[in-house]
Design a protein around this ligand. Structure first.
Ligand code: 5GP
Ligand code: SF4
Ligand code: MG
Length: 455
């Protein structure tokens, strides 16, 4: 998912809409904007891409509110239905709340059962709702203390935005698995999952939110606080590999450069002769470029991507995903015919994309097809908000690289090594990213021990 928030700007709703547009790659199932004006909390939500989810009329109705949060959703927990689209609004006599969450809580089920035992009634099947209940159940009048106490009860990976009548709070999980960035526009603070949102609206990028931090914006300014002890960030590897937009920066390093370096590293590790290197658009183009620059094998555009098909991985079922992949990629025969082709993709999850692409390249006359993957084999499910799916669906969880090579029908298949991937991150100033989906070494405790889809 993607989140954005802004405090005390006359165009809060419009800027939130534009920012969400630039975060659309982070979720395409639903979107919403919730605003506050010192008295009321009010919002609009809908299913689908942003223009489908929020109409111009709805956006116009939010004009004049000076504080806003927004969310684009891709379902990792909870069904794909309107009730699960965020930001959530909680109406309460203590003061209404708006809530937006990117990530996944690993003890949401446990907390929910306890709250339901105590009489709480949940409105959605989303894990994110528990934070709202915890905040509203708190007995103290000190909102900041209540927020910190609630943040200490939840476990998992989260970037949370909480909008109240008189404040906006932003909090990050204490290992910093999900990204969250602080910016400023026209003297107003804003907060976003990725810095590309700042570029889009013309805001400046101030800094990354640190693990365990909670920031609160009010008309008096910013309160920078921690609810948990500071630790080194364990930012999600897949943000660099696949998820984030290449013009975004984490830790002041551009995703573009890191992705290119992953391709270079793959070229170092994969010693194959070929005539041309092609990337699977769009997320693997930078890795293919880096691969080409290191290996000296020319990089060309061998696959064309339809502009009108969204992220196929995010579509909810397998049959639709397969159709979408076919609609999405077309080979360019002149680049492929009679040549030994290295095709670079950022990852193989179920193998849907690779199988189709290899077939298409062979049909276009490729003499040899070698595949290079600019990340290690995905062997373990993610419990932290990226849909790398169940164990059973992950092709590398139960098959060797050579079995996968045979199944997707390539002449050779190479993955980036885990060490190689971390080398690249280290060269770009990082502290040891989360790599649990590759290694099974989970940095954040998983209490529920249930796959997101099983909830
Ligand atoms: P597959 O087709 O093998 O199931 O998925 C691989 C494709 O999905 C790759 O082209 C990659 O760009 C994309 N992808 C890989 N990992 C993820 C992920 O965690 N989330 C989403 N949404 N897409 C992914
Ligand atoms: Fe990212 Fe993988 Fe960690 Fe999930 S398990 S947060 S996808 S690196
Ligand atoms: Mg892809």
């Amino acid at each position: 998912c993607g989140v954005f928030g802004i405090w005390n700007h006359p165009d809060a709703a419009e800027l939130t809409y534009m920012a969400l547009h630039s975060l659309q790659h982070r979720g395409q199932e639903g979107a919403g904007i919730v605003c506050s004006n010192g008295e009321n909390i009010f919002g609009a939500r809908g299913m689908g891409l942003l223009p489908e989810a929020i109409s111009q009329i709805q956006l116009d109705s939010l004009t004049g509110y000076t504080n806003a949060i927004g969310h684009v959703r891709y379902a990792t927990t909870g069904a794909s239905e309107l009730s699960n689209v965020q930001p959530f609004i909680f109406k309460h006599s203590k003061g209404d709340l708006g809530l937006a969450h990117n990530g996944n809580l690993t003890n949401a089920r446990q907390i929910r059962l306890a709250l339901e035992d105590g009489g709480s009634i949940f409105q959605t099947s989303s894990d994110s709702e528990v934070l709202g209940h915890l905040l509203l159940k708190a007995r103290s009048m000190n909102e900041q203390a209540n927020l910190k106490a609630a943040l200490n009860m939840i476990k998992g990976a989260f970037a949370f935005l909480v909008l109240r009548k008189n404040s906006l709070s932003a909090a990050l999980d204490n290992q910093g698995v999900r990204p969250l960035m602080l910016g400023m526009i026209d003297g107003a603070y804003c907060i976003a999952s990725e810095t590309c949102a700042f570029n889009t609206i013309g805001a400046s990028y101030i800094r990354d939110i640190r693990p365990g931090e909670v920031l609160t914006f009010t008309n008096e300014g910013i309160d920078e606080d921690n609810y948990s002890q500071y630790r080194d960030s364990k930012l999600c590897s897949m943000e660099y590999v696949y998820f984030a937009r290449p013009d975004s920066e984490f830790n002041r390093q551009s995703v573009y450069n890191v992705r290119k370096a992953l391709g270079e590293q793959l070229a170092k590790e994969m010693n194959i002769e070929a005539d041309v290197v092609i990337g699977v658009p769009d997320s693997s183009l930078q890795a293919a470029m880096g691969f080409s620059q290191y290996s000296g094998i020319p990089n060309e555009q061998g696959l064309l991507k339809s502009r009108y098909v969204g992220r196929t991985f995010i579509t909810p079922n397998q049959e639709m995903r397969e159709r979408a992949v076919r609609m999405k990629h077309a080979p360019i025969r002149d680049v492929i015919e009679g040549r030994r082709v290295i095709v670079i993709d950022d990852s193989i999850v179920r193998g849907t994309t690779s199988k189709y692409i290899v077939k298409a390249l062979r049909n276009a006359g490729a003499k040899e097809v070698h595949m290079g993957i600019s990340s290690p084999p995905l062997k373990h499910p993610c419990y932290y908000g990226i849909d790398v799916s169940t164990h059973a669906e992950l092709i590398a969880a139960y098959q060797s690289v050579d079995d996968i090579r045979a199944e997707i029908d390539v002449d050779s298949l190479s993955y980036l090594s885990v060490e190689g991937m971390h080398d690249v991150y280290r060269r770009h100033g990082s502290h040891g990213e989360c790599d649990a989906c590759f290694t099974g070494d989970y940095p954040v405790e998983i209490v529920d021990y249930l796959l997101p889809e099983e909830k």
